[in-house]
Ligand binder design. Structure first.
Ligand SMILES: [Zn+2]
Length: 175
């Protein structure tokens, strides 16, 4: 799940920052988010363009999940189909898990399938309300809320704190 959120958050639309703006930046992102055996060729410009397209899909799913869960399901299904992901049983410690994997395909396909799998898992286990974008109008970072009560509105403690300080100040001004 971290992968989908981290990928979406390489774009900071409010601040106008894009942290996936070069093949070097993409390489660092891949190294941080894919297992070593999935890192073969260094990414090229074509990979960068394809990953940025995947990011747009993942960000849309995260931002709109609560209001449009059907859309998220469609984006996940279409994405898994497009990248020809197939479910495979894999060893997971002493147990097993069923993962969608993609044979061949480039970096973008591998990232897409892992990110979409993460979104699907949250949708299935927790529900679409757990996916969202930070309520701070100056942030809009995406998040997946896997907490017990699931009432997260802000991406971080920092954003929640700033919002409560701002609300306090505006109450004081109006009283
Ligand atoms: Zn935030």
């Amino acid at each position: 799940m971290d992968l989908a959120v981290d990928l979406a958050n390489t774009l900071r639309p409010i601040r106008g920052e894009d942290h996936l703006d070069s093949t070097d930046a993409l390489r660092t992102f891949l190294e941080e988010h894919l297992p070593d055996d999935q890192l073969d060729e260094p990414p090229n410009e074509h990979d960068l363009e394809a990953v940025r397209a995947v990011r747009a899909t993942v960000r849309e799913a995260l931002e709109r999940a609560a209001e449009a869960p059907e859309l998220v399901a469609r984006l996940v299904n279409e994405g898994l189909c497009e990248h020809r992901a197939v479910p495979q049983l894999q060893r997971d410690g002493d147990g097993w898990r069923l993962d969608n994997v993609v044979e061949g395909g480039g970096h973008a396909a591998r990232l897409a399938v892992r990110a979409l799998d993460g979104l699907a898992a949250v949708l299935v286990e927790y529900g679409p309300d757990r996916l969202g974008a930070c309520a701070s109008p100056t942030c809009r970072s995406t998040f997946a809320d896997l907490s017990k009560n699931g009432s997260k509105q802000y991406c971080s403690r920092g954003c929640a704190h700033r919002a409560s300080v701002a609300a306090y100040r505006s109450r004081r001004r109006s009283s």
